[in-house]
Design a protein around this ligand. Structure first.
Ligand code: ZN
Length: 427
């Protein structure tokens, strides 16, 4: 089934489920303030913390999940309470359209997900506000509200129409991941690059290059997470603005094609961009990845069996159900320590430089497979503690927690003002 393939080839798939059989209760490890020193707490609380990738909109739309939920048994990573406890200032909510189940109406589903984020903000005006710029993030932070931004995950959302790209920008989308796990008609993906049945383009097509340039002109950040290596290099050659890898880790530490090689990390540094580390254990920890791959066939078969059973009974199959099964399988592999994720931050800081690393959790998109101690946004201060323990100073920690992402966003905005007098890219 596609779900496991997605996990292996990509991530960021299924939103988290409410129905959990084998998972650790959320608050058992979360909010463990005793492990945060006063210094770490002070550094963390004086930062503008930005996470560039959470799949929570799937929950808003499909589960009718309310971000104001205070349910202690909810296994989701994001709520307003959890964000507040973790001093999360801004979240880029992922607008991800499943390319298999939404054939023929990618744009419509994109619009539905965008609407779901706005509706949450409308429901909670005291705790959450839509944000479209660096200024908006800073203003929301002063007002102690979660700044809600949006990034489209997968270029198939624009249905090969550059006008739709502009419309999505006007609706507030501030980054786009050029591909998800699926190669689209203008950008190759790492998720299916070895699949001979898929028609590839040797990176970006001419139209794909126009998409990148139009994103530069609009002020929409170009996100290279998920893309095939050649697509990455094409983007680096074409983009006139710094790029982001909104939720990617280091291939040197977990050998997955979705992760960044050291050469790529150095190229992002030269480009002025930032790589936001993914919290998914399979992307951060080789041992976990190996164990995950070892059971993948069996897991896939379990999901297939379930789907076949439901279908033969004439019942619908929901993502929630598939996610529940995947969580059970994930739970069979011991969670790696938080250090495995911190090691990725450290590696990228060493190879690319301290100005080029940030946080891109993939919260609510990894079926609960995050490192020990990271059960929700409430646990973000533990990252500050761990960085402090590794010898990072306050200024560097602030850069990692959000400063670098703000810098890139600001530069993309500035360049956009420079480019906007130029003619738009055509069809
Ligand atoms: Zn993803």
């Amino acid at each position: 089934m596609a779900t496991v393939k997605r996990f292996l080839a990509a991530s960021c798939l299924l939103f988290s489920a409410l129905l959990v059989l084998n998972s650790v209760p959320v608050l058992a490890q979360g909010n463990d303030a005793s492990r945060i020193s006063p210094r770490a707490r002070a550094i963390h609380d004086s930062a503008i913390v930005i996470d560039t990738h959470a799949d929570t909109p799937q929950r808003f739309l499909d589960e009718n999940f309310d971000i104001g939920s205070t349910d202690p048994n909810d296994v989701g990573h994001i709520s307003l309470d959890k964000a507040r406890a973790g001093n999360l200032a801004a979240e880029f909510f992922s607008i991800w359209v499943d390319p298999e189940t939404n054939q023929g109406h990618f744009a419509q589903h994109t619009l539905d997900l965008i609407d779901s984020v706005y509706e949450q903000a409308a429901r909670h005006p005291d705790g959450m506000t839509m944000a479209f710029s660096v200024d908006d993030i800073e203003r929301a932070h002063k007002q102690k509200k979660l700044a809600a931004l949006m990034g489209i995950e997968g270029g198939h959302s624009i249905e090969n129409d550059i006008r739709l790209l502009r419309d999505f920008y006007r609706l507030g989308v501030r980054y786009m991941t050029l591909s998800w796990s699926n190669t689209n008609e203008w950008a190759d993906s790492s998720g299916d690059i070895d699949d001979p049945k898929i028609q590839h383009h040797n990176g970006l097509t001419a139209f794909g290059k126009n998409v990148v340039l139009e994103m530069n002109r609009l002020g929409m950040m170009v996100d290279i997470s998920h893309v095939a290596d050649k697509t990455f290099w094409d983007v680096i050659a074409v983009s006139k603005a710094p790029v982001i890898a909104s939720h990617s880790s280091a291939r040197a530490l977990s050998n997955h094609p979705r992760n960044m090689t050291d050469d790529m990390l150095r190229a992002v540094a030269k480009n002025g961009g930032v790589v936001q580390v993914n919290f998914f254990s399979a992307f951060d920890d080789q041992k976990y990845l190996t164990a995950f791959l070892a059971q993948s066939k069996e897991q896939e078969a379990a999901v297939e069996q379930y789907v076949a059973k439901k279908k033969s009974a004439g019942e619908p199959v929901s993502y929630l159900d598939k996610d529940r099964i995947e969580r059970q399988w994930s739970a069979r592999i011991p969670r790696p320590p938080l250090e495995s994720m911190i090691a990725n931050i450290d590696h990228i800081a060493k190879v690319a430089g301290i100005d080029h690393v940030g946080l891109g959790s993939d919260f609510d998109g990894v079926s609960g497979a995050t490192p020990e101690g990271i059960d929700s946004a409430a646990d973000l201060p533990k990252i500050t503690q761990a960085l402090l323990d590794r010898g990072y100073g306050a200024d560097d920690i602030h850069k990692i927690l959000g400063g670098n992402t703000l810098r890139v966003f600001k530069e993309v905005e500035r360049l956009s003002r420079e480019f906007e007098a130029q003619p738009a890219q055509g069809k």
